[in-house]
Write a protein that binds this ligand. Structure first.
Ligand code: NAG
Ligand code: NAG
Ligand code: NAG
Ligand code: NAG
Ligand code: NAG
Ligand code: NAG
Ligand code: NAG
Length: 367
C-alpha cells in the first residue's frame, strides 16, 4: 500500500504576505515588531494573529489572539451568510462568522436544502475554508460528496496552530474509498504507518456519506456513515519518549486542491490519480471542479468543561515533554476591540512572487 505523507492543502490563493515578511518556526520565532507566526509560517500582526497562528513560533506564547472556544453546532449551508468570503477581513468575532474562506471560491448550489460547493479552477488553485472556532477534542462529522476527477483532492481535516492534524482525504478519481491520516506537530512519528485506506464505499461523488473524526483525549476514531473504520489510541502514539498524539485546539477545515499539477512531487501526482485535465467536458461545462458539503456537525469534548464566561483557548508552558498546556481564557478573541477591518488589510502588501513560492513549498510534503 502506498504510504503517503501529504500535509493538507495550505491554500495558495490567499497568501497575502508582506514582501518583507520573515518566516518563522519554533526555533526561529517572530520578532516583537511582527509578533505572530501565521498559518503559512510568516511573521506579522493583525490577521496573522488569528486563525492558524502558531503560538510556539510567535514572539511570545500569548502573541496569537486567544483561539475562539468550541461550541456545539450543526452547520448547514442553505446560504453562505455564516461564511466570510475572505479570511483577510476577519476580525476574530466567531459569533459573526462560522467559517472563513482562506483561499479560492465557494458557491451555494441551493439544491436539496442547500449545499456548499468548494471550487477548483486552474486560476484559483484550490479552495480552503476554516472554522472560526477551535475544537479541543470533539466529534466532527461532515456530510459530503467529494470530487471525482484525476489529480483533484477533497479533504476534511482538523488542524491546530502547531500543526496537529487529523485528516479525511479523498484523492482523485477513486470514488470507492476514503483515506485517514494523523500528524503530530506536522510529523508522522517514526515507525507509524499512518495512512489508512477505507474502501468499499458506494460512489463518494454521487452519494452523501457522513465522515466522522471522533477525537477524544485517549482515543481517535474514524467513522463512515456511523460505522467505525479505524481506531487509534493515544497510548499507541508514543515515540522517542514523547506522546505524539494530536492534543492542541484545532480548526475544522474543508478543502479542494490541485495535487495533479506540474509543481507537485511525482509521488503526489500519482497518489492523486494523475495530472488534472483542464480540458475535460465536465470542467468546460461547469467552469470549475467541485466538492459539496451538506453539513458539518461539531460536538465539543473539552476534557474539562469551560466555565460560562470563558471565550477561548490559550497556550501555556509545556505540560509534559513537548506538549504545551492548554487553558481556557476569558480574554477577547477580537483584533483591537473589533472594529477595524481597514488597518489589517492596509498593512498587507501582496507579493505574487512570494505567494507562488510559498504555494510550492506549502502545498504538499511527500516521502
Ligand atoms: C526555521 O526558520 C529559520 C529562519 O527562516 C531557518 O533558517 C530554519 O532553517 C528553519 N528551521 C526549520 C527546522 O525549518
Ligand atoms: C435557497 O432556496 C430557498 C428556498 O428553497 C431560499 O429560501 C433561499 O434563499 C435560497 N438560497 C440561496 C442562496 O439562493
Ligand atoms: C460579534 O458579532 C456578533 C454577531 O454579529 C455581534 O452581535 C457582536 O456585537 C460582535 N461583537 C463585537 C465585539 O463586535
Ligand atoms: C482577500 O483580500 C485580500 C486583500 O484585499 C486580497 O489580496 C486577496 O486576493 C483576497 N483573497 C481572495 C481569495 O479573494
Ligand atoms: C506541465 O507538464 C506537461 C507534461 O509534461 C507539459 O505539457 C506542460 O506544458 C506543463 N505545464 C506547465 C505550465 O509547465
Ligand atoms: C515544549 O514543547 C515544544 C514542542 O511542543 C518543544 O519545542 C519545546 O522544546 C518544549 N520545551 C521544553 C522546555 O521542554
Ligand atoms: C476575565 O475574568 C477576570 C476575573 O474574573 C475579570 O477580572 C476580567 O474582567 C475578565 N475579562 C474579560 C475580558 O471579561
Amino acid at each position: 500500500m502506498y504510504h503517503n505523507r501529504c500535509l493538507a492543502f495550505l491554500g495558495v490563493g490567499l497568501l497575502a504576505v508582506s514582501v518583507k515578511a520573515t518566516s518563522c518556526n519554533a526555533t526561529t520565532p517572530c520578532p516583537a515588531s511582527a509578533p505572530c507566526c501565521s498559518d503559512f509560517g510568516f511573521c506579522g500582526k493583525d490577521d496573522f494573529c488569528l486563525g492558524g497562528c502558531n503560538p510556539l513560533a510567535s514572539h511570545a506564547l500569548d502573541s496569537c489572539k486567544p483561539a475562539p472556544l468550541c461550541q456545539d453546532a450543526t452547520h448547514t449551508f442553505a446560504d453562505n451568510s455564516r461564511i466570510l468570503s475572505n479570511a483577510t477581513f476577519f476580525d476574530g468575532n466567531a459569533s459573526e462568522y462560522d467559517w472563513v474562506v482562506d483561499s479560492g471560491n465557494i458557491m451555494n448550489t441551493n439544491s436539496s436544502g442547500g449545499e456548499l460547493a468548494l471550487l477548483l479552477t486552474e486560476e484559483n488553485r484550490g479552495t480552503r475554508i476554516s472554522s472560526t472556532r477551535y475544537v479541543h477534542y470533539g466529534t466532527i462529522t461532515a456530510t459530503m460528496k467529494v470530487s471525482k476527477w484525476a489529480g483533484v483532492v477533497t479533504a476534511f481535516i482538523t488542524m491546530s496552530g502547531i500543526k496537529d492534524e487529523i485528516d479525511w482525504e479523498f484523492p482523485g478519481a477513486t470514488n470507492t474509498e476514503a483515506q485517514s491520516n494523523i500528524f503530530w506537530q506536522g510529523e508522522i512519528p517514526t515507525g507509524k504507518n499512518d495512512g489508512g485506506v477505507h474502501g468499499d464505499l458506494k460512489d463518494t461523488f454521487a452519494n452523501y456519506h457522513d465522515y466522522t473524526i471522533d477525537w477524544q483525549p485517549e482515543t481517535l476514531t474514524f467513522k463512515i456513515d456511523g460505522q467505525t473504520v479505524r481506531t487509534v489510541k493515544k497510548s499507541d502514539r508514543n515515540s522517542d519518549g514523547i506522546s505524539k498524539y494530536p492534543n492542541t485546539p484545532s480548526r475544522v477545515q474543508m478543502s479542494l486542491w490541485p495535487a495533479g499539477i506540474n509543481s507537485s512531487a511525482a509521488g503526489t501526482v500519482e497518489w492523486a490519480g494523475g495530472m488534472i485535465d483542464w480540458n475535460s467536458a465536465d470542467y468546460k461545462a461547469a467552469g470549475h471542479y467541485y466538492a459539496l458539503v451538506k453539513s458539518v456537525t461539531i460536538k465539543c469534548s473539552d476534557p474539562t468543561k469551560p466555565a460560562a464566561d470563558m471565550t477561548s483557548y490559550v497556550y501555556g508552558a509545556n505540560q509534559t515533554t513537548n506538549t504545551p498546556s492548554i487553558a481556557f481564557s476569558n480574554s477577547s478573541t477580537l483584533l483591537n476591540g473589533a472594529a477595524g477591518f481597514g488597518p489589517a488589510a492596509a498593512n498587507i502588501h501582496v507579493s505574487l512572487v512570494v505567494a507562488a513560492v510559498v504555494g510550492l513549498l506549502g502545498l504538499v510534503q511527500f516521502v
